[in-house]
Design a binder for this molecule. Structure first.
Ligand code: AMP
Length: 212
């Protein structure tokens, strides 16, 4: 708990204090911030519950409900997301159904951006465009309203977890089809051994907070 509160204070006062520091002090300050952030992410990682063989045998399911149920963890998550993406001119956060709907709107509010849902077929009421894809377990499709984004939009696509990358690649294709200016991709969790990030073009920035 202490680490989360401490890192928030560092974030608030950092820019003002940095102006007054010598080069060595600045380097120490940057390294200190990095190590505080790393400790805070380790803390968040510990709060993710692993459920073996869910929803099918062989899957190590990362349960984020245990992460979200702590007020301090929730604040820390939204602070890290905000600090990562502030100043990039993001106009819309796109969240993927359903676990991308937890933090997506929260970070959109902090960034002063709108929120756009990508949903499973049959859920969105207006005209949609669709992408089909393969998941770590099973096949699926996702849709977005055809008028949800414009060519002026700078978009952050957010989901809870990167496994094979199939879901996010489909979401990325949907967003690109709507002709936006720029796209950033974010996950709370990345399952590194599945190498899902290799699915994305090199020019797209793909960030994840907690790595397993
Ligand atoms: P993928 O398309 O393979 O990257 O799968 C990502 C989506 O499936 C995310 O929206 C996750 O919610 C869900 N998912 C896949 N694997 C897991 C897992 N091991 N634990 C929790 N969620 C998962």
């Amino acid at each position: 708990m202490y680490i989360g509160i401490h890192s928030t204070k560092v974030g608030i006062f950092a820019s003002a204090r940095l102006l007054l520091l010598t080069r060595n002090q600045k380097m120490f300050h940057v390294e200190h911030c990095k190590s505080v952030r790393k400790m805070s992410v380790e803390n968040l990682k510990k709060a993710v519950r692993n459920i073996p063989d869910f929803p099918i045998p062989g899957i190590q399911f990362k349960d984020i409900t245990t992460l979200f149920q702590s007020a301090d963890h929730l604040k820390e998550l939204s602070d890290i997301l905000f600090n990562t993406y502030k100043g990039r001119g993001i106009t819309k956060v796109v969240g993927i159904e359903s676990r991308g709907f937890f933090m997506g709107p929260a970070v959109a509010i902090k960034l002063g951006a709108g929120f756009v849902p990508i949903r499973k077929p049959g859920k969105l009421p207006y005209k949609v465009i669709e992408e089909r894809y393969t998941k770590e377990y099973g096949e699926d499709a996702i849709q977005i309203h055809e008028d949800a984004l414009t060519p002026d939009d700078i978009v952050l696509i957010h989901d809870d977890l990167l496994a094979t990358g199939g879901t996010m690649v489909a979401a990325y294709k949907l967003v690109k089809k709507l002709g936006v200016k720029e796209v950033y991709i974010n996950f709370l969790i990345e399952l590194e051994e599945l190498e899902g990030r290799k699915q994305f073009p090199e020019e797209v920035e793909v960030l994840s907070m907690i790595k397993f």
